[in-house]
Design a protein around this ligand. Structure first.
Ligand SMILES: *Cc1c(COP(=O)(O)O)cnc(C)c1O
Length: 406
């Protein structure tokens, strides 16, 4: 069957990466098989030497991984071209989790003595990689305020062992943003490899490759899967030689692979990415507007509100302000726990990006073990509530918040 040209984002979500099944199943079946067979020794030789396309072993590759990978690569590169005006070619490698994909990224690029420059307010797991796992390997993170471009430039100039710039925007859980265009341009002047955690935005809202990023990383557990059915991660790169070489080597040898069932679920989830994100963002704007005027609420952090300090960066580099928001209750810890306990439809859970609205109270949950003075430096105050706004009918979300706030 001839693959029709796909002009719209949702058509790419639905069709990219799909290959006709030899038995004419509509969806690619789940290849629950650890290994693949050969017709002859000759064929085995051709497969191993790369002369013949074909699957060998599921730690390396599987038809289910490939479908999800090609979809994600097509979406991150949607509408983008390379220096010579051709469609931007990208390769994605699926991983067991977001953390697995990050491990591959860092270990494929950094060696003892190298440093990575990054900013405050990163996903907790990424920060722990920087503080607990990489330093004993001789790899250090230099953390600066990357909203200050001059300070970032000075830090890079002062330390030639900085080899990579790692960005997360919007960041978890404060929704702070950094300027992709300015920072990636700066990194390129100094020949740093650049990588962006695009988990909160998804390729529908933001495309870091448009600014020249080398890598985009996702926890596919969140909006890409969209239904909370599987843990996963993906690393997308534009240096194809590196992706097929060192990056794939590290991914295979660390056993960072996904599995066919989770990859199947991810593929189905991505098909509705655009419709879900439109609804997520619409609902989030309504929720932010409602909370903004509520007497029990001291402050609302949503990138769609003009008083958010990063409103202008977000409106420049994101299509919509996203589905994540946080707000601060006037009465601190007690009010936070009481609010969480009173919820009736919205769910009390960490994680994000599912069809269901998920609400958490960082001070009593994710950040409970972190001393108050420390977490307050990261703006995690006692009354802070984080919301991943779902795709339910928005009236029901507003009604639940209203009764829980009373
Ligand atoms: C969840 C998350 C990760 C880690 O991904 P896992 O799939 O949980 O391993 C990294 N970055 C961000 C922004 C996340 O939300």
């Amino acid at each position: 069957m001839k693959q029709a040209p796909l002009s719209g984002f949702s058509s790419v979500c639905v069709h990219a990466g799909h290959e006709q099944d030899p038995l004419y199943a509509h969806l690619t079946p789940i290849y629950a098989s650890s290994t693949f067979v050969y017709d002859s020794a000759e064929q085995g030789m051709r497969r191993f030497s790369g002369q013949e396309e074909g699957y060998i072993y599921t730690r390396w590759d599987s038809p289910n991984f490939r479908e999800a990978e090609e979809k994600i690569a097509a979406l991150e590169g949607f509408g983008l071209t390379d220096e010579s005006g051709r469609p931007l070619a990208l390769k994605a490698i699926l991983h067991a989790s977001g953390m697995g994909a990050l491990t591959t990224l860092f270990l494929a690029h950094l060696k003892s003595g190298d440093k990575v420059i990054s900013h405050y307010s990163l996903y907790g797991g990424s920060e722990e990689l920087f503080t607990k796992i990489l330093p004993p390997l001789g790899i250090e993170a230099v953390i600066v305020d990357m909203q200050n471009i001059d300070q970032t430039a000075a830090a890079i100039k002062a330390d030639p062992s900085i080899k990579m710039m790692y960005l997360e925007t919007p960041a978890n859980p404060t929704l702070k943003c950094v300027d992709l265009e300015a920072l990636i341009a700066l990194a390129r002047q100094h020949n740093l490899v650049t990588a962006v955690d695009n988990t909160f935005a998804t390729p529908y809202l933001q495309q870091p490759f448009a600014y020249g990023a080398d890598y985009v990383f996702h926890s596919t557990t969140k909006f890409l899967n969209g239904h909370g059915t599987a843990i996963g991660g993906v690393l997308v790169g534009k240096n194809l030689e590196m992706m097929k070489g060192q990056v794939d080597k590290v991914h295979r040898l660390l056993g960072n692979n996904s599995n066919p069932f989770d990859a199947f679920l991810l593929t189905q989830g991505i098909k509705t990415l655009e419709v879900r994100m439109e609804r997520h963002c619409h609902n989030a704007m309504e929720v932010a507007g409602f909370l903004d005027g509520h007497p029990a609420v001291a402050r609302v952090n949503y990138l769609g509100l003009a008083d958010h300090p990063d409103f202008s960066i977000a409106s420049r580099q994101m299509k919509h302000p996203g589905a994540m928001l946080s707000f601060e209750l006037k009465d601190g810890m007690k009010a936070g726990m009481r609010f969480i306990d009173r919820l009736q439809m919205c769910l009390r859970a960490v994680s994000l990006g599912t069809c269901d609205t998920l609400i958490c109270h960082p001070a009593s949950m994710t950040h409970y073990s972190i001393p108050k003075e420390v977490r307050e430096k990261y703006e995690i105050t006692d009354g802070l509530i984080r919301v991943s706004v779902g795709i339910e009918s928005v009236t029901d979300i507003l009604n639940d918040l209203e009764q829980a706030l009373q």
